[in-house]
Write a new protein. Structure first.
Lengths: 118, 115
């Protein structure tokens, strides 16, 4: 089974609107971390936001917020007031902290391509 | 200058050739990783190293080898390249000191085409 599932291969959003990118994860660990990265067309990977499994508050970083629903194992990224520069691939990733030999690695989803329409 | 530097940035080669992708970092991190990105598949881990004497296989290590020459240098080799190794390759580092998130810091990527 996939550890990270991003069910939206592509999304469109109107400029200045908010958009939610979905991410669900699968782990039996109690301690883990969830990340979102942005990859613009230029190819670099840009870290956006982090949520720890024990964090009680949803993470926020400027226009980015992470809607963390632990019981549902979802970690959706919300981008408010979309800008043209938000057009990019977005990857959700998870780090399982106490999973033995695989600990501390990040496992990535397949990504969602977001296109912001003027 | 980038904190994580990959060379070459682009390479076209032929089937059967040996290729080395190099990665150097100035972040002082112990942990280094090589990922491969294919369209529609996301990023998949090839190898990772937690220090100079520690090398571990990732999800898709077949056909690849690595060398950790120093704390700051981690190279990926394709001994005999094949077309399905055409991909975008990323080197990354992380720091897991207590209190840090363990986020990955990526290089700019190396685009490899095997003809």
């Amino acid at each position: 089974a996939q550890k990270i599932t991003q069910t939206q291969p592509g999304m469109f959003v109107q400029e200045k609107e908010a958009v939610t990118l979905d991410c669900t994860y699968d782990t039996s660990d109690q301690s883990y971390g969830l990340f979102w990265y942005k990859q613009p067309s230029s190819g670099e990977m840009i870290f956006l936001i982090y949520q720890g499994s024990y964090d009680e508050q949803n993470a926020t970083e400027g226009r980015y917020s992470l809607n963390f629903q632990k019981a549902r194992k979802s970690a959706n990224l919300v981008i408010s007031a979309s800008q043209l520069g938000d057009s990019a691939m977005y990857f959700c990733a998870m780090r399982e902290i106490y999973s033995g030999a695989g600990s501390y690695q990040l496992t990535f989803g397949k990504g969602t391509k977001l296109s912001v329409i003027p | 200058d980038a904190d994580v530097t990959q060379t070459p940035r682009n390479r076209i080669t032929k089937t059967g050739k040996r290729i080395m992708l190099e990665c150097s970092q100035t972040k002082g991190h112990d942990r280094m990783y090589w990922y491969r990105q294919d369209p529609g598949l996301g990023l998949r881990l090839i190898y990772y190293s937690f220090d100079v004497k520690d090398i571990n296989k990732g999800e898709i290590s077949d056909g690849y080898s690595v060398s950790r020459q120093a704390q700051a240098k981690f190279s990926l080799s394709l001994e005999s390249a094949i077309p399905n190794q055409t991909a975008l390759y990323f080197c990354a580092t992380s720091d897991l000191l207590q209190g840090k998130t363990g986020e990955l810091f990526f290089g700019e990527g190396s685009r490899l085409t095997v003809l």
